[in-house]
Design a protein around this ligand. Structure first.
Ligand SMILES: O=C(O)CCC(=O)C(=O)O
Ligand SMILES: [Fe+2]
Length: 285
């Protein structure tokens, strides 16, 4: 696919999201990536050069808005390597390989990315791994009125993802928040199945019903080299099935970035934004 065609496809998706119409994610294939791929990085310090893939991601991100990163996560890097890390198998993070439950990216953060972009570079050895995407507007159809009402009340607290607390290991939580919010025709979702908890019995029950609903409307996608999924991070949750890494340089490898349609100017640096560490500033943002 030419970068010009890529821009057109992404513009179409963005326009439909801004109108609140259509699917909350899109799948593209044939996106340019490097012909000669370096080995899948086996340690977090390794950051192999993939100029063609980076250019494709940059094109997608700049069409959607601008790149955003987080000082707490991967040092504010804007392009992330998503690959299994030895010793982190059971982490509910992108370095793990056990099932990664449905989540909003950066559920705890006031400036969650508007879009999450995943670009496939290499599949897992056994081709078991699937990226999972569940749209809020489909999940809510499966819920009772009582659940919908409960989920729209601030009766839920989310733990910060462990990728944000690596520096000091201290667990942190949000203030109570809604898990669903209806605005016009749109359903907004803010949930992390690993860390969001209902604060009372009914809230816990409604949350569990939502997680089951997300499970039953999930689309499971294999990201082969040059495949891309773009997820509207407010209107769909995503996750990943389990798989078996070998740490031999040929494991599953995705490139990831986040796009924000428009960042506040205090966080903006040209065409990119890196939000400051949460531990210092979250309550004052
Ligand atoms: O590995 C995947 O397919 C998705 C992992 C994930 O949730 C992420 O990178 O944000
Ligand atoms: Fe994620």
């Amino acid at each position: 696919m030419h970068l010009g065609t890529l821009v057109e496809e992404v513009e179409t998706f963005k326009a439909s999201r801004e109108e609140g119409q259509g699917a909350a994610y899109t799948f593209l294939s044939g996106v340019p990536i490097d012909e000669e791929l370096p080995p899948t990085p086996t340690t977090p310090e390794l950051f192999p050069d993939t100029p063609v893939a980076n250019k494709s991601l940059e094109t997608i991100v700049s069409t959607l808005g601008q790149a955003c990163g987080y000082a707490d996560e991967q040092n504010g890097q804007l392009y992330h390597n998503i690959r299994p890390v030895q010793g982190e198998e059971t982490k509910a993070e992108n370095t793990g390989s056990v099932k990664f439950e449905f989540h909003t990216e950066n559920v705890h953060h006031p400036f969650r990315p508007d879009y999450l972009i995943l670009l496939g570079l290499r599949v897992d050895h056994d081709r078991q791994a699937r990226t999972r995407v569940s749209e809020a507007h489909r999940a809510v159809e499966l819920l009772s009125d009582e659940d919908l009402e409960t989920l729209q009340q601030s009766r839920f607290v989310s733990g910060f993802p462990s990728s944000f607390t690596r520096h000091d290991g201290v667990s942190r939580h949000t203030h109570p928040h809604q898990v669903l919010r209806r605005m016009g025709d749109r359903w907004y979702l803010r949930v992390n199945s690993h860390t969001t908890k209902g604060q009372d019995e009914q809230a816990a029950r409604s949350l569990s019903n939502l997680v089951h609903a997300l499970e039953s409307v999930s689309e499971d996608i294999e990201l082969t080299p040059g495949d891309v999924v773009i997820v509207d991070n407010h209107c769909a949750a995503h996750g990943r099935t389990e798989f078996s890494p070998r740490y031999d340089g040929f494991d599953r490898w995705l490139k990831r970035s986040f796009a924000i349609a428009g960042a506040p100017s205090w966080a903006r640096w040209g065409d990119r934004s890196v939000f400051p560490p949460c531990s210092q500033t979250l309550d004052s943002l």
